[in-house]
Write a protein that binds this ligand. Structure first.
Ligand SMILES: [Cu+2]
Length: 369
């Protein structure tokens, strides 16, 4: 497999030298000139803009569950940086590989119309980027708005290399719901105390299932239900009487997750960068790779309480899996005259469905498509 992949990758490199002669032909120049003049005469359509990003792939020390390890990261950030664009924009993302691993980045859910070479799966649409090399991903977002995400698409490097893609509607086009007060990305991930590359290579060698992760994370943080993690908790700080747009992303490697916020209702408005008929739910289900935008209306008055938001897997198959629960905290801003300590407030916990609740899944999934 490796020998084959390497040889097709050198073949692809040779091929990329073609095409220069076409660019110099007079017929080509005439076509370009005509197109340019036509576009200048037409009334001004709403063009997207070009946005530039640079992803430096480098090692970064990160500590979770009292284990410090060196992870592969983008720009030293974990989770990685956000990409923000509008529908219709062109993205130019230069990825520079400073680590020993081969790298490629997939722009998960982007339709890649006529830009298949920018899709990212290593050995499928491109050779991976080798140590010391770089590659510029070049694509335009067409007909999509909402939340998507990017992740490494080689081996299991996506366990640490991932981040949100936030696609706003075209300028002047509103959301099909009231403008939220704030927007917050909420990414679910998995943390391995071991090196994830060693986990997957051992599984491939033995033919058994990979060792399970040690924690799930929200925005890279495992939260208070794990050992040694009370300080590593995602906190969503809110004001009463406002609407927040949570951009949920499931970046866990293989697990479907239930998610709920205690004593709050979520309104689902967009799934996989497509608006859905909005519906309300206490708990949602999100599959690996999926994204879901939800509106969270906060309570009209300061509730004198804090609320956990939790996620854990939905599993029906055989075999071992990480059955632990990640938690974040929904924290209301205290009114100015309130002197009580936030730690003394009652803490409400949501009730998630049983791990194998197929009837929940069967009821929920049709509403999201
Ligand atoms: Cu993907």
């Amino acid at each position: 497999m490796n020998t084959h992949s390497r040889s097709s990758c050198s073949f692809l490199r040779e091929k990329s030298k073609m095409g220069a002669s076409v660019l110099q032909s007079p017929a080509f120049l005439v076509v370009v000139l005509t197109a340019f003049i036509t576009l200048s005469i037409l009334p001004q359509p709403v063009f997207g803009i070009t946005r530039h990003y640079k992803f430096d792939i480098k090692l970064q020390n990160v500590t979770r569950l009292c284990h410090t390890k060196s992870i592969v990261s983008v720009n030293g950030q974990f989770p990685g940086p956000r990409i923000v664009a509008r529908e219709g924009d062109q993205l130019l993302i230069k990825v520079v590989n400073h680590v020993q691993n081969n790298i490629s980045i997939h722009w998960h859910g982007i339709r890649q119309l006529r830009s298949g070479w920018a899709d990212g799966p290593a050995y499928i649409t491109q050779c991976p980027i080798q140590t010391g090399q770089s590659y510029v991903y070049n694509f335009t977002i067409v007909g999509q708005r909402g939340t998507l995400w990017w992740h490494a698409h080689i081996s299991w490097l996506r366990s640490t290399l991932y981040g949100p893609i936030i696609i706003l509607p075209k300028r002047g086009v509103p959301y099909p719901f009231a403008k939220p007060y704030k927007e917050v990305p909420v990414i679910f991930g998995e943390w391995f105390n071991a090196d994830p590359e060693a986990v997957i290579s051992q599984a491939l060698q033995t033919g058994g299932g990979p060792n399970v992760s040690d924690a799930y994370t929200i925005n890279g943080l495992p939260g208070p239900l794990y050992n040694c993690s009370a300080e590593d908790t995602f906190k969503l700080k809110v004001k009463p009487g406002k609407t927040y747009l949570l951009r949920l992303i499931n970046a866990a490697l293989n697990d479907e997750l239930f998610f709920s916020i205690a004593n709050h209702t979520l309104q689902i408005v967009d799934v996989d960068a497509i608006y859905v008929k909005p519906f309300e739910t206490q708990t949602l289900l999100i599959t690996p790779g999926q994204t879901t935008n939800v509106l969270l209306k906060t309570k009209s008055q300061y509730p004198s309480a804090t609320f956990l938001m939790t996620a854990r897997p939905f599993v029906t198959g055989q075999g071992t899996f990480d059955n632990s629960t990640v938690a974040g905290i929904l924290e209301y801003e205290k009114p100015p005259n309130n002197v009580g300590s936030i730690k003394k407030l009652p803490l409400f916990k949501p009730t998630l469905p049983p791990l194998n609740d197929t009837s929940f899944a069967a009821n929920f999934i049709p509403k999201t498509s």
